[in-house]
Ligand binder design. Structure first.
Ligand SMILES: Nc1ncnc2c1ncn2[C@@H]1O[C@H](COP(=O)(O)OP(=O)(O)OP(=O)(O)O)[C@@H](O)[C@H]1O
Ligand SMILES: [Mg+2]
Length: 251
């Protein structure tokens, strides 16, 4: 389980995350929604041990994030960013996917099998010998996801990974989410993706303004409240009405 205890994070002089507490159970998928600048990425980076909080604690499976060495932390928690280019380290796709596994010194045959299986799952065969830095934005995103997924960390954070993908590429990721043994934290502005969550969290101005089990959203009597919330979020994000209609169908 991951436990966030009253964390506050400043970037520059601004408080970006303000006294946030949250539990993320193993086996539970979370969805975080929120307008631009709400602090979603900042929260994700701190969970993955990439930036430090100014106060409060983050505990992953009974141990503070700061007490993990980088290798064991990456086996616990993986993160895929909005902009995947920043995390490529090799010059061909197959090596890129295998990179994390070779770092933790798995034997070659096991690495080979894992990499082949993820290439198959995400349907990446046509790009395995290419240089990741020369791929299109959407293709890069798929490779970044494959390389994190190959490590099969207990927890994976997807930070708006589908924003630049076409329907076909998005569906490859959705299939992965359908059959993923890791616990997922999906940060998204796309309401359609709420259905992969067990719990939905709304982050606004660095604070959790709303939190609910998806199951509860399905109970008819709370729909009007949800409608107001989602309408507000929608207005702030200037998102399209198509997504809004989809979420009303889902809840
Ligand atoms: N390195 C930084 N230095 C200064 N301010 C930062 C830094 N990174 C983020 N911020 C500020 O922190 C706030 C939250 O940013 P963050 O990227 O966490 O938001 P977000 O919810 O992920 O937004 P988006 O939906 O646009 O991705 C913003 O006001 C942003 O300008
Ligand atoms: Mg962000």
């Amino acid at each position: 389980m991951i436990k966030i205890n009253s964390i506050t994070i400043k970037r520059g002089k601004k408080i970006v995350i303000h006294d946030v507490s949250l539990s993320w159970h193993k086996g539970e998928n979370l969805v975080i929604l929120g307008p631009n600048g709400a602090g979603k990425t900042t929260l994700a980076l701190s969970l993955a041990g990439m930036i430090e909080q100014d106060s409060g604690h983050i505990i992953i499976d009974s141990k503070s994030v700061s007490d993990y060495d980088l290798t064991s932390l990456r086996q616990k928690i993986g993160i895929v960013f909005q902009d995947p280019e920043t995390q490529f380290v090799t010059t061909d796709v197959k090596r890129e996917i295998a990179f994390g596994l070779s770092n933790i010194k798995q034997d070659r045959e096991k690495i080979h099998n894992t990499v082949d299986s993820i290439i198959d799952k995400l349907d990446l065969k046509e790009m395995i010998n290419r240089d990741p830095s020369e791929l299109s934005g959407g293709e890069k995103q798929l490779v970044a996801i494959a390389s994190i997924y190959a490590m099969s960390p207990d927890y994976i954070i997807f930070d708006e990974v589908t924003s630049f993908l076409d329907r076909k590429s998005r569906e490859r990721i959705y299939r992965l989410w359908d059959n993923c043994s890791s616990s997922l934290l999906i940060i998204t502005q796309n309401f359609e993706e709420i259905k992969w969550g067990d719990r939905v969290i709304l982050l606004e101005n660095g604070e959790i303004s709303f939190e609910s089990e998806i199951q509860e959203l399905m109970e008819k009597d709370i729909i009007p409240t949800q409608k107001t919330l989602f309408e507000k979020l929608l207005k702030e994000n200037k998102d399209d009405i198509y997504n809004f209609e989809r979420i009303m169908e889902i809840i």
